[in-house]
Design a binder for this molecule. Sequence first.
Ligand SMILES: Nc1ncnc2c1ncn2[C@@H]1O[C@H](COP(=O)(O)OP(=O)(O)O)[C@@H](O)[C@H]1O
Ligand SMILES: [Mg+2]
Length: 385
Amino acid sequence: MAIASDEIARIVERYPPVPAVGTIGSHSAIDVADGAVAEGLASVVIAQTGRDATYARYFRTLWDAHGARRRGCVDEVWEYPKFADIAAPEAQERLRQRGVLFVPNRAFSSYVPLPAIESDFRVPIVGSRAMLRIEERSERENYYRLLETAGIPSPRPFPGPEAIDRLAIVKLPHARRRLERGFFTAASPEEYRAKSRALLARGTIAADDLAAARIEEYVLGPVFNFNFFFSPLGPRAEGLELLGVDERRESNLDGMVRLPAAQQLELSESDRIPEYTVVGHGTLTVRESILEEVFRIGEQFVDAARARYPPGILGPFCLQTCLDHDGHPTVFDVAARIGGGTNIHLALGHPYGNALYRGPMSTGRRIALEIRRAAAEGRLREIVS
Ligand SMILES: Nc1ncnc2c1ncn2[C@@H]1O[C@H](COP(=O)(O)OP(=O)(O)O)[C@@H](O)[C@H]1O
Ligand SMILES: [Mg+2]
């Protein structure tokens, strides 16, 4: 059974006046840690043995003789054999004892089973616990449902491969690397059959995933990932902020588009199917006349989330869009938590966040600021679930 919000509220009310900020050591952890220390809070990163050096060594806080930070922003690294160990009762108790407010990222919701997060993880989460599940496309109550309710444009789905009559993208997990993608595109049922046969034979995709895959219209246009923040602490009209916009580098898709057409055609048949594995991010701004529509869909999302998953969005969220030929954003993916590309404004801030706050404002820092504000007013329970 899902943990009652009252229970989390009672836990957070016993927290020390200055809580610490914790997150899983992957994804956007450096942004979160950097933001925490920038706002005077301690940072705790949960690392997995064997993939801990980034946090435990290279971004680890080093202190000078007077106890001031000399370098780095990861104050404490708690190493476990597996990320999922953070959900064990003793680990949860350690988090509560340390007064850790937990920032959920995609590594958390991927490596810790969702039922454990929803029903067992009795640590205050800065964000919406109930909305982590909507990212799973296989769920009936997924983000497509929410976008539809919200009236936000998303790519038109095809009921099956036979209905493909224009460029479509087929979304399914990779057969072996389950957290990666086995996406492919097809413009006709014939192309769908040929490509899926090749990918099945190569072991990139599995037949049962293919049968359950989401097939949707491919939106021809640049990808803009809008990193928003919603605060429930002030008036509703001031709640929504746009902090920054990122785009992705995806291997080997980006390698391919950097080739002149003649060389692309020389690629072997198997190299011509791009992989959408995210390997990095870049920063963007958007034409100003498009911003109003961006804010409109942000507001619609916040309202729909509040109605369907009360109390709704708390803190950061990301709407991943393609801008179509007329510059209208079409939302193809949603993160109801910190997005994967916020390191673009890590420590520096982003033009939009900085314009709002008159100084460097990253997503990590905005989260920490929200915690400080809520703590100062005795309202921590309103920003956690
Ligand atoms: N409908 C679409 N039209 C065009 N490109 C798309 C579409 N959906 C996804 N993509 C591309 O595939 C990438 C990954 O898609 P996404 O839905 O975000 O998958 P995931 O849930 O695995 O993050 C995007 O960054 C974008 O480049
Ligand atoms: Mg995505």
